[in-house]
Design a protein around this ligand. Structure first.
Ligand SMILES: Nc1ncnc2c1ncn2[C@@H]1O[C@H](COP(=O)(O)OP(=O)(O)OP(=O)(O)O)[C@@H](O)[C@H]1O
Length: 244
């Protein structure tokens, strides 16, 4: 049985619930230590930057949305669905990418790795092949379809990781420092894909304040707490000032 997220009334007229992330008194303890506490906010914006000092809790926030850590306290709602009560459904709605695409490669070849994301979805072999071909073409990897995934360049590997996520058509993309290991050209490629092209809601954890400035809202964490949420320009300006 599913429990409707309390702050979002179940739509009675068939309209979909709002495309927003809702946190109500969320806390995360790991190994008995409080890592995040008292996080309460609503994020309806499409592109959400998450910034803050090292160890402030940004990745934990991202991991929470990706289902990799569970809230110890409070409730998380993703597009009207409760992260805990509707875990299986919510996890299918969220796709995560990280700094190191090597850690996300599962299958030997590029095409197999992208196809792996569609397992257990009840699709025919032909439908999977059709979607894989379309996705690889869309993201410029078609010529490398049969290449060993680990032979790709760093930028291509990150494109592969993103392709493997986007082929499932998630509602929310969570990207934790996706450009940190890339050179300038590949960093621009991945960031313009994330920020300018995909229609999904995006949570982008980044130390790159120029990327954060291109988002619709910035969320700043410090010491495991929400520090502020506002338009990116003032949040970034204050953060720069605090960094000295
Ligand atoms: N599994 C864990 N067990 C115990 N402590 C953890 C665990 N994961 C993270 N932490 C601690 O939680 C705090 C927040 O970590 P987190 O990775 O969320 O920070 P961050 O803001 O992403 O940092 P950075 O910018 O350095 O990547 C850190 O002090 C970290 O050491």
């Amino acid at each position: 049985m599913t429990t409707p997220f309390p702050s979002i009334p179940a739509p009675s007229d068939g309209t979909p619930p709002p495309r927003e992330l809702v946190f109500e008194g969320v806390g995360v303890d790991l190994a008995g230590v409080s890592i995040l506490s008292d996080v309460t906010l609503t994020l309806p914006q499409q592109r959400i930057a998450v910034i803050g000092s090292n160890g402030s809790g940004k990745s934990t926030f991202a991991r929470l949305l990706g289902g990799l850590v569970a809230p110890t306290r409070g409730r998380v709602g993703i597009h009207g669905h409760d992260l805990v009560a509707e875990r299986k459904r919510v996890l299918r709605m969220v796709g995560s990418v990280f700094s190191n695409p090597d850690a996300q490669i599962i299958m030997p070849t590029v095409a197999e790795d992208v196809a792996f994301s569609l397992r257990r979805r009840g699709l025919t072999r032909e439908e999977i092949a059709r979607r894989v071909t379309a996705t690889l073409e869309r993201y410029g990897l078609a010529e490398r379809a049969d290449a060993p995934a680990h032979s790709l360049s760093g930028g291509q590997k990150q494109l592969l990781a993103l392709s493997a996520v986007l082929i499932t058509d998630p509602a929310l993309i969570v990207a934790d420092e996706p450009t940190a290991l890339l050179d300038g050209r590949n960093s621009r490629l991945i960031s313009s894909l994330l920020l300018d092209e995909i229609p999904q809601q995006l949570v982008l954890v980044t130390h790159d304040l120029e990327l954060a400035a291109r988002c619709d809202v910035a969320v700043r964490f410090e010491d495991g707490r929400l520090f502020e949420v506002d338009d990116p320009a003032p949040v970034i300006a204050r953060y720069r000032r605090d960094l000295g």
